[in-house]
Design a protein. Structure first.
Lengths: 456, 587
C-alpha cells in the first residue's frame, strides 16, 4: 500500500496550527481554527465535514486564495517539494534563506545570546526543561539550530535574513512557507507546485474561450509552450484524461462538453502545469454516480502515473472511503479526528465521526430510523474554551463545556490515529484525561485575533 | 428465470390496492426549431403502478427523464401519450375545476430548497398560499343518522366528494364533530337542525374566520415538520438548507394530499441533515398514510426509504421491483453498473466497479433498439464475432461512439462551408482517431530498434537513441513533426513512462493491429469517414457489428418471484443472462 512507502518519505505538505479568520461587521469567524496535518508524496488525504466546517477555507489557505475579509492569522503551511523549492529560490533569491550560508556567516551561540539578552526566554527556545539555560548550553545540547531560528522568525528579528523571507533551503532539503509568500510568489507556486480543482467545472472554465485555448494558456504561463507545440500538448492532455476525439474537442467551447467531460477538461488544465500536489475541492459532487466513478478512476490512474499527492475535500463519506489513504474529519473549523481511512471507518473514535457515519443510509441498511446528530454546526466565532461539539454530543459531560480538547493519540494499532475529545486517552481516568487536555491546551496558546495589530 | 413473458398487468392490479397506475406514458418536449427537428423524448413509454401507502423510488442519472416523469404525474407537464390513472381516473384528461380539485390530492416537494421558496414571502405566507388558492377549509358537512334528503346552509355546504368532510353532524340531536386536520374548536361551531317529513335542513354557523383557521393550520403544520410556531413571520433566508426543505414539505402537506412526489428532496443537504429529513418523511408517511414517489440519484438513500425501486435510463424503465432484492441482486446490466458505481462508505469492501464508457446519448436522438446499447458492457455480439478479442471489440464500439458523438456536435456555418469546400475542419483527422481506438504494431525489426532506443535514452545516451530512431523510421512516413516526436519520446523515457514512449512511435509508424475478419469492414467505414460521409460510416458499422441490441426494443421480462421486471434482451432464452457475462468479464 502506498501508505507504507510514503510514511518513510518526508511530507510534501505540512500544515501547522493554521488559523484562518474572517472579519465581518457582525462577528469574527474562525473558519479554520488551529489545525495541523501533513500530506506525503503519492498519498491521498481526504478532508470531510459538513458545510461550514472549514474544509474549503483550508484548501484556499494552502493555495493562498484567502481574500479580504479573510486573513491567515497564524500557523504555517510548508510546501516541501524540492524542485519547487529550488525553482522559487532561483526566482526570489532575496527572499530566500540559505541555512548553510547562514551557518558559515554567523556564530550560533552569539545569535542565541543576543536573543536571550533582548528579552526572549530560554524555555521558549529550548523547551521547559531548559528554562534559565545559557546560550552555549542550548546550542551544545542541540536544542537550538540555525534552522529553528529561521523557522521561528528569530532570524528575521536578528536581522540576519530579510523580514519577508519565504523560501528556506537547508542543503538538499527546504521548504516554501506559503503563509509568508508574496502575491508574485504565490502565483509561481500555484499551478506548477500546487493545483486545484473546484466543485463546479463551469465556474473554472471561461465560456467564451475554447477548452483548448484555456489549456494552452496554462501551458504558456507555466511551461512556456506556445503555438503548435502547445496545441499538440493540449490534445495529448485531453487524451490523458480520456476524452475521446480530443483533436476535435480541443477546439470546442465548454458548453459543448458534458458535465463529466468538463471536469475532465479542468483536470487536464490542472495537469498542464505538472503539479506535485493536487487539491480537489468536491470535484465529483455535481456529477452523476457513473460519471463520478469515471472521474475517481481517472484521478487514481493519474496519481499512480505521476506519483501525485492529492488532498481531496468532500462531504461524501463513500467517496472518501474509496479514494483516501488518510482521512481528516473537520468540525466547526477544527480537526476532530484523523486516521488512515480503514481505521476511521472501522473504529471511529470521536463522537462526531461516529454520528456522521451512523447517519449514512447505506451503512445502516434495514434500520428503521437513521440516527441523527441533534442540532446544527455552530459558527466558530470565538476562541474555544470548550468543546464545540459538546452541545450536540450524546456523550458530553460537564467538563466538555469548560475544557477545550486537544488532539490525542487514540491508535490501537501502529497507524497514527488522533482524536480531539475529552473521552480520550481511554486508559486514563476521566478526571486525569480532562486535566491532561487542560494542561496541554494551556501550553499551546493561540493567537487571539483581537490582539493582532493591523500589519499586512 | 429467463422465459420470455410479458408482464400481465391486469393480474397484478387485482391483488393490489393501487393508487397510481401509469400505462405507456410518454412526455416529449417539442423544440420550436425552424427545421422541425426531433423532439426530446424525456419519458418514452413507461408503465408502472404505485400501491397506496408505499414509497416507490425512481433513480437514474441526470437527464434520464426521472424529474419529467415525476412532474407529469402531478400534471406540471403535459403527457404526450399514455395514461396516468389516479384512483382509477385518467388525470391526463382532467381540466378546469376537476383538475384544480384533484391537485389537492397530488403535491410535489422540489429539490433545491434555495430556489423553490419565494424569498419575499414569509414562511407563513408560503405555506398558506396553497390554502388560499384552494379556499381552504371547505367547511363541508356530512350529515349522518338520517335517510332523508339533506340540505346544508349557512357557513358550510354539503360534502360532495369521497374525502372525509370537515364537519360531521349527527341527526337527530345535532352533535358536531370536527375532523382532525381542521384547527376549529368544537365550541366555535353551532348548528341548527330543522327536520320535516321528507328532508333535513342543517344550518351551520362558524364564528372563526377562514383566514384565522388557515393561520392556525399553518402553525400546526410548522410543528408537524419540526419547525416552531414562531417561525411563521420569518423569511426563508433566515433558515438553513434543512429547515428550508422542511418548509417545502409543510407547503406540500398543507392540503392533505394522498400522493406526494419528492423530487430529490435531500440531494442538496449534508448527510446529517439528510438523515433528519428522511426520518421526518417516514414519520409523516406513517402519520398521514401518504404515498410517495421518491426521485433521487443517491441510491443509498433510495434503498433506505423505498419499498420498491424503478431504475430509469433515457426515458425508459430498465428495472423495477422490490428494493432490497433489486439492490442485492440486480438483473439489468444498467442497474448493475449503476449500483457498482456508488462509492461504498466501507473501505474494506473490495467490490469490483464497472465503469461505464462515455455519457448517456441525447434523448433527442436515442439509439435504435435498447436505450442502453451504446454503453452496455454486456451487449450481445453477433455470433460471428463472439471470439473477437476484447481490445478490438472495444475499439470498434469506441469508434462507433465517436462517430455518434460527432453527429451530435454543433457545426457552425463556417465549418459546414469548409466541409463542402473540402478544407480541413475540426471534424477531420480520422487517422488520429483510428490511432486512438485501435492498437498499432510495428514489424519485429522496428520493434527491436524501438527497444534499443529506449535502452539508450534510459542510459542517458540521447544521441544514440536519436540515431537509432532516425535509421529505422522515415520522417516522410508520418504527418507529424519527426523531431518533436523524438523529443517527446525521450522525455517520456526519462519520466519513466516507457509504454507511453512505445505507443507514441507505434501509433505513428505501426500498422493497425486488428484481426483479418474485421479489418476490411473497419477500413470501409474509415474510408466513408475520409470521404466526409460519417452517416454512412455509422450505418455501415451498425449493419456489420450490430446485434439484436441495436435493432429491437427489449421487453420487460419478469426476473423474480416478486414480479420484478428487467428491460434487456439478455433475459431471452437464447442468450446468456447478464450476470453470467459480467462474471466472465471480471475474470
Amino acid at each position: 500500500m502506498s501508505l507504507q512507502q510514503s510514511r518513510m518519505d518526508e511530507p510534501i505538505l505540512e500544515v501547522e496550527n493554521l488559523q484562518t479568520t474572517f472579519f465581518t461587521d457582525k462577528e469574527t469567524i474562525r473558519a479554520v481554527d488551529d489545525i495541523s496535518y501533513t500530506i506525503h508524496r503519492g498519498e491521498t488525504v481526504g478532508i470531510v465535514g459538513e458545510s461550514g466546517s472549514g474544509k474549503s477555507v483550508t484548501a484556499r489557505s494552502i493555495m493562498g486564495l484567502v481574500d479580504s475579509p479573510g486573513r491567515i492569522m497564524g500557523g504555517s503551511i510548508k510546501f516541501r517539494e524540492p524542485t519547487t523549492v529550488d525553482r522559487l529560490a532561483r526566482l526570489f533569491p532575496k527572499r530566500t534563506a540559505e541555512i548553510d550560508e547562514l551557518r558559515e556567516e554567523h556564530d550560533l551561540v552569539d545569535l542565541v545570546d543576543r536573543l536571550l539578552s533582548s528579552g526572549h526566554r530560554a524555555s521558549e527556545l529550548g523547551g521547559d526543561q531548559y528554562a534559565g539555560a545559557d546560550a552555549e548550553t542550548l546550542v551544545r545540547e542541540g536544542r537550538v539550530d540555525m534552522a529553528d531560528l529561521v523557522e521561528g522568525g528569530y532570524a528575521a528579528e536578528l536581522g540576519i535574513v530579510r523580514e519577508k523571507t519565504f523560501v528556506v533551503r537547508d542543503g538538499a532539503e527546504g521548504y516554501v512557507e506559503i503563509t509568508n509568500a508574496p502575491k508574485e510568489g504565490l502565483r509561481k507556486l500555484r499551478g506548477s507546485g500546487i493545483a486545484m480543482i473546484f466543485q463546479d467545472p463551469l465556474t473554472s472554465l471561461n465560456p467564451v474561450y475554447t477548452v483548448g485555448n484555456q489549456i494552452k494558456e496554462a501551458l504558456r504561463l507555466h511551461r512556456g509552450l506556445t503555438g503548435k507545440a502547445a496545441t499538440e500538448e493540449a490534445v495529448r492532455l485531453l487524451e490523458a484524461v480520456s476524452i475521446p476525439d480530443a483533436r476535435r474537442r480541443v477546439d470546442e467551447y465548454p458548453h459543448q462538453f458534458s458535465g463529466g467531460m468538463r471536469q475532465r477538461a479542468v483536470i487536464a488544465m490542472a495537469l498542464a502545469c505538472e503539479p506535485e500536489l493536487l487539491i480537489c475541492d468536491e470535484p465529483t459532487t455535481a456529477l452523476d454516480v457513473t460519471i463520478q466513478a469515471q472521474i475517481l478512476e481517472l484521478l487514481d490512474e493519474i496519481q499512480a502515473e505521476r506519483d501525485l499527492s492529492i488532498m481531496f475535500i468532500t462531504h461524501d463519506m463513500g467517496v472518501i472511503a474509496e479514494i483516501a489513504d488518510r482521512v481528516n474529519v473537520m468540525y466547526a473549523g477544527e480537526l476532530v479526528e484523523s486516521a488512515p481511512s480503514r481505521v476511521l471507518f472501522d473504529e471511529p473514535k470521536h463522537p462526531y465521526t461516529q454520528g456522521l457515519l451512523e447517519s449514512i443510509p447505506s451503512r445502516n441498511v434495514g434500520g428503521e430510523r437513521l440516527r441523527t446528530i441533534e442540532g446544527e454546526v455552530p459558527t466558530p466565532n470565538e476562541q474555544p474554551t470548550y468543546c464545540r461539539f459538546a452541545p450536540r454530543c450524546p456523550e458530553a459531560f460537564d467538563a466538555c463545556d469548560a475544557v477545550h480538547p486537544v488532539s490525542v493519540d487514540v491508535s490501537t494499532s501502529e497507524a497514527e490515529h488522533t482524536a480531539a475529545c475529552l473521552l480520550y486517552p481511554e486508559d486514563m481516568a476521566r478526571e486525569d484525561a480532562v486535566a491532561y487536555h487542560q494542561s496541554r491546551g494551556a501550553t499551546t496558546a493561540r493567537a487571539d485575533p483581537d490582539e493582532v495589530s493591523d500589519d499586512e | 428465470m429467463s422465459e420470455t413473458e410479458e408482464l400481465r398487468r391486469s393480474d397484478r392490479t387485482d391483488e393490489r390496492n393501487d393508487l397510481v397506475n401509469v400505462n405507456g406514458l410518454k412526455t416529449y418536449y417539442e423544440s420550436g426549431g425552424i427545421l422541425g427537428s426531433q423532439p426530446v423524448k424525456a419519458v418514452d413509454g413507461v408503465d408502472f403502478d404505485i400501491e397506496r401507502g408505499e414509497t416507490l423510488g425512481l433513480v437514474g442519472e441526470s437527464g434520464c427523464g426521472k424529474t419529467t416523469l415525476g412532474r407529469t404525474l402531478v400534471r406540471l407537464e403535459r403527457a404526450t401519450d399514455g395514461e396516468v390513472l389516479f384512483d382509477g381516473e385518467d388525470i391526463t384528461t382532467f381540466s378546469g375545476k376537476r383538475l384544480k380539485k384533484w391537485r389537492r390530492d397530488a403535491q410535489i416537494v422540489f429539490q433545491d430548497p434555495e430556489s423553490s421558496l419565494n424569498d419575499r414571502m414569509t414562511v407563513g405566507e408560503i405555506i398558506q398560499e396553497p390554502l388560499d388558492v384552494h379556499d381552504w377549509p371547505d367547511l363541508d358537512v356530512d350529515v349522518v343518522g338520517t335517510q332523508k334528503e339533506v340540505t346544508v346552509s349557512g357557513d358550510g355546504h354539503l360534502n360532495e366528494d369521497e374525502r372525509e368532510a370537515d364537519i360531521t353532524v349527527e341527526v337527530p340531536g345535532g352533535a358536531i364533530s370536527v375532523r382532525d386536520g381542521v384547527p376549529l374548536p368544537q365550541d366555535r361551531v353551532s348548528v341548527d337542525v330543522s327536520e320535516s317529513d321528507s328532508s333535513v335542513t342543517v344550518t351551520l354557523s362558524v364564528d372563526v374566520s377562514r383566514s384565522k383557521l388557515r393561520r392556525a393550520r399553518v402553525r400546526e403544520l410548522l410543528t408537524t415538520v419540526g419547525l416552531r410556531r414562531e417561525h411563521y413571520f420569518r423569511y426563508p433566508h433566515q433558515f438553513s438548507g434543512g429547515q428550508r426543505q422542511r418548509i417545502g414539505i409543510a407547503r406540500a402537506l398543507a392540503l392533505e394530499p394522498e400522493f406526494v412526489v419528492l423530487d430529490e428532496p435531500v440531494s442538496a443537504l449534508d448527510v446529517s441533515v439528510q438523515a433528519k429529513i428522511l426520518n421526518l418523511l417516514e414519520e409523516l408517511q406513517e402519520e398521514f398514510g401518504l404515498t410517495y414517489l421518491f426521485i433521487a440519484h443517491d441510491l443509498s438513500v433510495v434503498r433506505h426509504i423505498c419499498d420498491r425501486v424503478a431504475v430509469m435510463y433515457l426515458g425508459h424503465i430498465m428495472e423495477i421491483g422490490e428494493s432490497d432484492e433489486l439492490f442485492q441482486n440486480p438483473k439489468n446490466p444498467y442497474t448493475r453498473a449503476l449500483l457498482s458505481a456508488i462509492p461504498d462508505p466501507d473501505p474494506t469492501d473490495d467490490k469490483r466497479r464497472i465503469t461505464l464508457r462515455g455519457t448517456p446519448p441525447s434523448p433527442r436522438d436515442p439509439p435504435k433498439g435498447c436505450p442502453f446499447t451504446t454503453r452496455c458492457p454486456v451487449k450481445i455480439r453477433p455470433s460471428e464475432y463472439d471470439h473477437l478479442d476484447e481490445e478490438t471489440w472495444e475499439g470498434i464500439e469506441l469508434l462507433r461512439e465517436i462517430l455518434r458523438e460527432r453527429s451530435r456536435a454543433d457545426r457552425s456555418f463556417t465549418e459546414m462551408a469548409r466541409g463542402v469546400l473540402g478544407m480541413e475542419t475540426r471534424f477531420s483527422g480520422i487517422d488520429e482517431i483510428v490511432r486512438e481506438v485501435f492498437p498499432h504494431r510495428l514489424d519485429p525489426e522496428r520493434e527491436q530498434a524501438l527497444e534499443r532506443a529506449i535502452e539508450a535514452a534510459d542510459g542517458g545516451r540521447e544521441d544514440e537513441a536519436r540515431e537509432i530512431l532516425g535509421q529505422h523510421f522515415d520522417p516522410e512516413e508520418t504527418d507529424a513533426d519527426f523531431d518533436d516526436l523524438v523529443d517527446a519520446f525521450i522525455s517520456d523515457v526519462h519520466a519513466g513512462s516507457h509504454e507511453q514512449a512505445r505507443s507514441r512511435v507505434r501509433d505513428r509508424f505501426g500498422e493497425m493491429d486488428v484481426p483479418p475478419e474485421v479489418r476490411s469492414d473497419v477500413e470501409t467505414a474509415i474510408d466513408h469517414v475520409r470521404s466526409g460521409d460519417e452517416d454512412t460510416a455509422r450505418e455501415y458499422l451498425r449493419d456489420q457489428f450490430g446485434s439484436v441490441c441495436d435493432a429491437e426494443s427489449p421487453q420487460h421480462h419478469v426476473v423474480s418471484d416478486t414480479g420484478r421486471t428487467s428491460y434487456c434482451h439478455r433475459h431471452r432464452a437464447e442468450h446468456e443472462e447478464p450476470e453470467v457475462v459480467f462474471e466472465s468479464l471480471v475474470d
